[in-house]
Every structure is written in C-alpha cells, then in structure tokens.
Design a protein around this ligand. Structure first.
Ligand code: SF4
Length: 62
C-alpha cells in the first residue's frame, strides 16, 4: 500500500484465502519479511494471531 497499511485495515495484498499476493516478490515490504512467526504471536492458531496483531497495531499506531 502506497503509504503503508493503516492500523486495523486489511492489506490490499491479501487474496481471498488470506495469502499474500506479494510473497516471494521483491516488492513485498521489508517489514513483512522481517516479521518472523513465534509461539507468542501465533499461539495455537488464527484467532490468537489476529488478536496479537490487533494489539501490535494498536501499540504502534500514531
Ligand atoms: S505480508 Fe505484508 S504485503 Fe503481504 S499481505 Fe501481509 S501485510 Fe500485506
């Protein structure tokens, strides 16, 4: 997204299966590649990961 993804907004690069259209593409933002999976972030599945990412976005929003 041209000026970065605003907090709380779905990335326009996600396809209908929630997969990144830019995965493996050099245009994928560096920050996306630097975000490594961890037990703290991923927990036991999607619901935990989405809550974690919501908190992360809230903590880092301007
Ligand atoms: S990895 Fe980055 S570019 Fe890809 S869908 Fe997620 S936020 Fe968007």
């Amino acid at each position: 997204m041209e000026n970065g993804k605003p907090a709380g907004m779905r990335c326009i690069q996600l396809d209908g299966d929630d997969r990144c259209r830019l995965f493996g593409d050099p245009r994928r933002p560096a920050v996306c590649g630097s975000l490594q999976p961890s037990l703290e972030m991923c927990g036991n599945g999607r619901a935990h990961a989405l809550r974690f990412l919501d908190r992360l976005e809230a903590m880092t929003s301007p």
